[in-house]
Design a binder for this molecule. Structure first.
Ligand SMILES: [Zn+2]
Length: 262
């Protein structure tokens, strides 16, 4: 796919280890061949190194492999020539999509640390540090967008997606990670189901996927907690409750929605 320059929107051309537009805006490839198109003055954005490590450790234990397989099954049922994984993190799902299908795959995340990790893990995926709210793709150019547990800007999905093509959105159901939350909080709130509404995106499929996972070591439990959004909102005293927990069986409950662009 063609990529657009984040400064002037002209096409970027890949020349050796650089991407360059005809206004001479230049973006060098990182050591592990990832591209950084995120324009920001702040140095750190998205997951930091510790969070990336926790995410990678947890996902590499295959607790979420069922989810990856389910999404992949949906993808395989569609006609797709390219796929963009929004907020791809460490590339766990992205790599599975690339390794088991025959189309171009891009992974976007604003966390440079996550993209460095992802780009080292798979050279066949185009990993890019970029915002999914203002992405580097042209209008009507993408066949499939996946977004797993991340905030989403539907106008951007609608802009880059081709007509009659697909947006796959995964969010937690109310009981997702219930027992993990019960281990930490005195008052547990159930997750609210995310409702997406956009005039140009039609819901064509939805699936629920639930099962139990058992984690038998403290580090694994902490890794899981670190990759949840609860991590940001939890007091030190509540966090301390995880300190000695060695075993946890918890409910995994995903909601998968497939939208088609009108
Ligand atoms: Zn430019």
């Amino acid at each position: 796919m063609k990529l657009k320059c984040p400064k002037c929107s002209n096409e970027l051309n890949h020349i050796d280890s650089t991407y360059k537009c005809n206004n001479n805006h230049c973006y060098d490839l990182g050591k592990s061949k990832y591209l950084n198109l995120y324009l920001s003055n702040t140095k750190d954005h998205g997951d930091n190194k510790e969070m990336v490590k926790a995410r990678a450790n947890f996902l590499n234990q295959t607790y979420y492999l069922n989810l990856a397989n389910k999404i992949n099954e949906i993808i395989k049922s569609k006609e797709i020539t390219n796929l963009v994984d929004f907020a791809c993190g460490t590339g766990y799902y992205t790599n599975i999509f690339k390794n088991t299908n025959n189309f171009e795959v891009y992974g976007l995340d604003i966390s440079k640390e996550a993209i460095i990790y992802a780009s080292k893990s798979n050279k066949l995926v185009n990993y890019i540090v970029a915002s999914t709210f203002d992405s580097c793709f042209y209008d009507n150019s993408v066949d499939c967008i996946t977004n797993i547990f991340a905030p989403i800007k539907l106008d951007e999905v609608n802009r880059i997606l081709k007509k009659d093509k697909y947006f796959i959105f995964v969010s937690p159901n109310p009981n997702h990670l219930l027992q993990l939350k019960q281990a930490v909080y005195d008052n547990v709130y159930l997750n609210e189901v995310t409702t997406l509404v956009h005039d140009n995106l039609e819901l064509v499929e939805s699936h629920d996927l639930n099962y139990q996972i058992s984690i038998d070591n403290n580090q694994g439990i902490k890794d899981l907690f670190l990759m949840t959004p609860y991590y940001y909102k939890t007091s030190i005293s509540d966090m301390a409750k995880l300190g000695k927990l060695e075993n946890l069986t918890t409910t995994i409950d995903f909601h998968i929605q497939v939208f088609k662009k009108k």
